[in-house]
Design a protein around this ligand. Sequence first.
Ligand SMILES: *Cc1c(COP(=O)(O)O)cnc(C)c1O
Length: 396
Amino acid sequence: MDRAKTSQWRPATRAIRGGTWRSEMGETSEALFLTSGYCYDDAATVAARFAGEQDGMTYSRLQNPTVAMLEERIALLEGAEACRTQASGMAAMTAALLCQLSAGDHMVSARAAFGSCRWLGDSLLPRFGIDVTVIDATDNAAWEAAIRPNTKVFFFETPANPTMDVADLEYICGLARSRGITTVIDNAFCTPALQRPLEWGADVVAYSATKLMDGQGRVLAGAVCGSEEFINEKLLPFQRNTGPNLSPFNAWVVLKGLETLDMRARKQSENALKVGEFVAGRVPKILHPWLDGHPGQALAHKQMDACGPIFSFVLDGGREQAHALLDALELIDISNNIGDSRSLMCHPASTTHHNMGPEGREAMGVSEGMLRINVGLEDPDDLIEDLDQALAKAGL
Ligand SMILES: *Cc1c(COP(=O)(O)O)cnc(C)c1O
């Protein structure tokens, strides 16, 4: 359907109907095109497609109708000119960075980040001659101080996993713009339902769609959104030749997830606020961007529509007490996934941030007593009862 028309729709309508390409069968739900290749009526047609003179599919590493529907829908939700999807969130982050960085370039990235995102900057990019400076993303002055003449990219997430650090999108993106630096924002915690970095001046928004976009713990998926120019000139040459493609089946599952994204993101945020208020009264320290005492609270209220499903808290008794609490849970699952409709809890120091080592974790603020929770769609009173008994068993 005409993009000029679909981009007039309000977000809830875009999430359901955006990017629907009906086939001649007139199906209601999006069709699942499990095909790697395409056939042509004649040789001139395929020649015209390869020459870029005619629209149409040629090979599923380059285009697939189900994948294209998802890309159009995500772009509409994000308010981006274009989007391309990848096989996982990490494939998306890797593509978003490697497609534009070269030997001799410099990147500034946030200290508090998803473990594998830190690995890209700490271990992968330096092997290819790309220098990386890691800073505290909540310190606006640190961004400016880290800029060098060859700085090409600012890379960060907000709120950050698992410390819930909130970075100032408007300031950092504005600074980057004024210096010709491209901002790449990992928006997995919020999705466009809760935070739209492009509205604050970001250039590129990258996703793990595995999280809140699917929202039901089924498939791995990733996405990169940006201008037509960035996607066509930087991302596509990289993606089409290296092949981190999303399977059409997984794309179809995420399309279905997006239909309920807005409702889930809002309801899970509401539940996370209620559960957070309960937990705050029982533990020594809580890292919840919507609650008093969080240093990024005012900023979170400015740039996010709601708190999102995730928050962390810290116990004084270290790993032993944190593990005891996890082991006492009866309803909430021990799981390191997030964004799921089920409530899940994990101990970052021994799971998602294990590879960073003790010093790396200490610098990032990931302590041995920290637990992270993803609040799902269950009745929050059942979650509070489960946490109540588990906290008691862990001595709180
Ligand atoms: C999960 C996650 C990723 C990685 O996504 P995958 O789909 O697991 O590859 C990247 N960034 C953040 C913030 C995440 O939560």
